[in-house]
Design a protein around this ligand. Structure first.
Ligand code: HEC
Length: 163
């Protein structure tokens, strides 16, 4: 009986430790998501091409970008997950519309082009083209829209600020 209790205690301890290691996904909580920073002036006026959010060709290209087929050194899926579930620490959950519809197309374009300083998120413009950034955005946008092409709800976008 004593031995059984010991085994049980050990099992509970192990379960707790494992729990500590796997606390959900590494997604940052919505409240802790980085606030919008000012966008360089050169990106002012940059928008998703007309019809781009739902353009099957652009989305297909976006998938190739996202999975590293366009440039194997630019594999978004490695850190952001094949379906938008974050793998890298600090990355937001792309599957949550509330995370994604916070900011404008111009803002996301800038973040992907220039990256986030001092993080694993490098600036990718130059390794992929401007058109490919729009393509990957159209693809990625599906993660928070049930896996289907969708036009994001612009009324939720915070107005972009420029510097
Ligand atoms: C080596 C890992 C890695 C790769 C590859 C990567 N990212 Fe990221 N990405 C991150 C991390 C980590 C963050 C969170 C940075 C932060 O805000 O602290 C991030 C943040 C982002 C953000 C949000 C920026 C913000 O302001 O919150 C977007 C959008 C994004 N990545 C898109 C992409 C796209 C598109 C690609 C491929 C072209 C890509 N990422 C490739 C690790 C990566």
């Amino acid at each position: 009986m004593k031995v059984m209790r010991g085994v049980l205690a050990l099992a509970i301890a192990v379960a707790f430790m494992a729990g500590g290691l796997f606390v959900g996904t590494p997604d940052v909580g919505a409240a802790k998501l980085k606030a919008q920073v000012a966008i360089p002036k050169k990106y002012e006026g940059k928008h998703m091409p007309e019809g781009g959010w739902t353009d099957p060709k652009l989305i297909a290209r976006g998938k190739e970008v996202y999975t590293g087929k366009v440039n194997k050194k630019v594999k978004c899926s490695k850190c952001h997950g094949k379906k938008g579930k974050p793998k890298a620490k600090g990355a937001r959950d792309f599957r949550k519309a509330a995370n994604m519809e916070k900011f404008s197309d111009t803002y996301w374009f800038y973040r992907i082009a220039d990256g986030v300083p001092k993080t694993l998120m490098k600036g990718w413009l130059g390794k992929i083209t401007e058109d490919d950034i729009w393509a990957v955005m159209a693809y990625e946008n599906m993660f928070s829209h049930g896996g289907k092409p969708a036009v994001p709800d612009k009324s939720k976008w915070a107005a972009p600020k420029f510097k």
